[in-house]
Design a protein around this ligand. Structure first.
Ligand code: 1PR
Length: 552
């Protein structure tokens, strides 16, 4: 089979390549205009921004060959931006038209009633009830697929080109086009290469389907699809791996108590060796098979060296991406840096190396604090890591990891800048009479900064971050449950998705955080590493509590 992949150098295309290898398919990359003639199937795994995708196609001279390839009736499968480029235009960049195969427009989600980007696992519904009887089955309406995007084509059955719509999905109160299909052309807004076994199955069905038969299928009757009272987006359960070198120089997964990752001697509480809870790649694979919706790898001592010199971490990502087919977030050391030989590396370059290795999102910690401090001083921030990476790869690829610590004050006398953010201990609890605000830290909690977590969250949203990973140094490793006060405070401050982290000690804590705060995801480390709670039992508890989850 002349299967070719179209890559324009932005974002994680390795995961699709890994999925195809896993399925036993051989493929080539489109390298020249002539390859369009050789190809009998093309997959375009578009990632990043609509404009950069179109610009790259144009600068490489691929626009016309791609148009001709599609017009010739040869099979094309566009993923995410690879689907969006089929449309006439996108409000993401009005000056940059799309291929115009589908005469509909891509617009931004409305963020007034929900977090944007739309990140997570959602369902895809066939637009016609009898669709499966008439066309070869590619999408499975009973599966969840992984979405990560801020722009979408709103579904409107009255528009003429709506006969392209194959499935729709609901997010908040908006129903949008989650896949298109007509003749030789298929496209999904979601990422099959990141949708676990359901995604692998979809890829296999498309690769095996007889596209000449599909050409005969051109439905004309489109049904209205009014929004239902609830959408199908599931709450995500994330496993986090804190990675660092141990005293022998091996890269291990470790886990701290309030960020202290060294064993303590019982007698005199002296710091011992770095806790070793396993190997990063095999643990990541374990969490994928156990049903984690996402996996997060944090290089927790990244501040000590240049990340691009830190080859072992890139190798970990590369190896993990070969066996993990759910999203991978990589954090630690995403910043401008200088190699020992004097070579300058921009944060964008560092992030690019991780995306090419197989990461879907990068997580920025210390640099985000520095950037928001600069923003508050009124300085130029357009070149900060968050903004530059979001510009090229899309804001959905940029997570900010916040490491706040409670800063206690006397509630009777405190008159500082964070008065409006103060949390007062419950009168019947151990913190009765106390009050605190949440202070930002950098370098893994080693240094506190004069900035509150609320200010940081608002600042990073303004700079272009697409998600917040909200840790709590006070709760980390304690098993006391998530810090709901902190989570509510940040939830009310921003419109981007929020991942609650630190303190999970039982499946019930996940139920609690989802029932009492409006977060999109919750993350744990220690309980999963130590087999105290399995991911499946967390999902079961959430299901029992009638929360929407993906059962792998
Ligand atoms: O500052 O951009 O280089 O990023 C460094 C990253 O490393 C940040 O995301 C920072 O949170 C993380 N980090 C640095 N030091 C530590 C440490 O533990 N000593 N780990 C550290 C942060 C916290 C969570 C943890 C949850 C859940 N880890 O990610 O996994 O608290 O734990 P639990 O379920 O066991 O309670 P940069």
């Amino acid at each position: 089979m002349g299967l070719f992949l179209l890559d324009y150098g932005a974002g994680n295309v390795r995961s699709l390549a890994n999925s195809l290898t896993k399925l036993g398919y051989e493929f080539e990359w489109i390298a020249s205009v002539q390859d369009f003639d050789k190809a009998t199937r093309i997959i375009f795994p578009g990632v990043g921004a609509f404009h950069s995708a179109m610009q790259h196609l144009e600068s490489k001279g691929f626009l016309e060959p791609l148009r001709r390839y599609i017009a010739a009736g040869k099979p094309y499968f566009g993923i995410c931006i690879g689907m969006q480029v089929l449309f006439a235009s996108s409000t993401e960049h009005p000056a940059s038209p799309g291929l115009g195969v589908i005469d509909l427009t891509i617009e931004k989600f409305d963020s007034s009633e929900k977090s944007v980007p739309h990140i997570g696992w959602n369902a895809a519904q066939f637009i016609e009830p009898d669709e499966r009887a008439r066309a070869p089955d590619v999408v499975d309406a009973n599966s969840s697929y992984y979405f990560v995007h801020s722009f979408r084509a709103k579904y409107d059955e009255k528009l003429p080109d709506s006969d392209w719509v194959y499935t729709t999905t609901q997010y908040g109160q908006e129903v949008f086009v989650s896949s298109v299909r007509k003749g030789n052309v298929f496209g999904t807004q979601f990422h099959p290469e990141k949708s676990g076994f359901a995604g692998l199955k979809l890829l296999k069905s498309w690769l095996e389907s007889d596209h000449t038969a599909v050409s005969l299928f051109s439905p004309s009757k489109r049904l209205p699809r009014p929004p239902q009272s609830t959408h199908g987006l599931t709450k995500r359960v994330i496993a986090c791996l804190d990675v660092r070198a141990n005293d022998q120089g091996d890269l291990v997964v470790t886990k701290g108590d309030q960020y202290d990752v060294r064993e303590r001697t019982v007698q005199d509480n002296v710091a011992g060796s770095v806790r070793n809870l396993g190997k990063p790649v095999s643990l990541a694979e374990r969490y994928f098979t156990e049903g984690a919706d996402e996996i997060c790898l944090l290089n927790i001592t990244s501040f000590r060296q240049s990340p691009l010199q830190d080859q072992p971490m890139l190798a970990v990502v590369r190896a993990a991406a070969e066996t993990v087919f759910v999203p991978l977030t990589i954090g630690g050391g995403i910043k401008d840096s200088v190699d020992p030989d004097g070579t300058k590396r921009s944060a964008l370059e560092v992030a690019g190396a991780y995306f090419r290795a197989g990461a879907d999102k990068v997580s920025i910690g210390s640099e985000a604090v520095i950037a928001v401090e600069a923003l508050r001083r009124g300085e130029e921030t357009s070149n900060c890591a968050i903004t530059t990476i979001a510009r090229v790869y899309g804001s959905q690829a940029v997570v900010v990891s916040i490491d706040p610590r409670r800063s206690y004050v006397d509630p009777a006398t405190y008159d500082g800048p964070y008065k409006a953010e103060l949390i007062h201990g419950k009168t019947d609890g151990p913190e009765s009479g106390k009050a605190w605000w949440y202070q930002c830290t950098v370098s893994g909690g080693r240094e506190t900064r004069p900035l509150s977590a609320v200010e940081l969250a608002r600042g990073v949203e303004e700079l272009g971050a697409g998600e917040i990973l909200l840790n709590s140094i006070d709760r980390d490793g304690t098993g006391k449950g998530f810090d709901l006060d902190l989570i509510r405070l940040i939830r009310n401050a921003v419109h981007i998705p929020l991942v609650a982290s630190s303190g999970a000690g039982a499946a019930a804590h996940f139920v609690e955080v989802f029932e009492h705060t409006n977060v999109e995801a919750a993350l744990a480390a220690g309980i999963f590493h130590r087999h105290e709670v399995e991911i499946a039992s967390v999902k079961k508890s959430l299901e029992d509590a009638r929360l929407n989850v993906r059962i792998a």
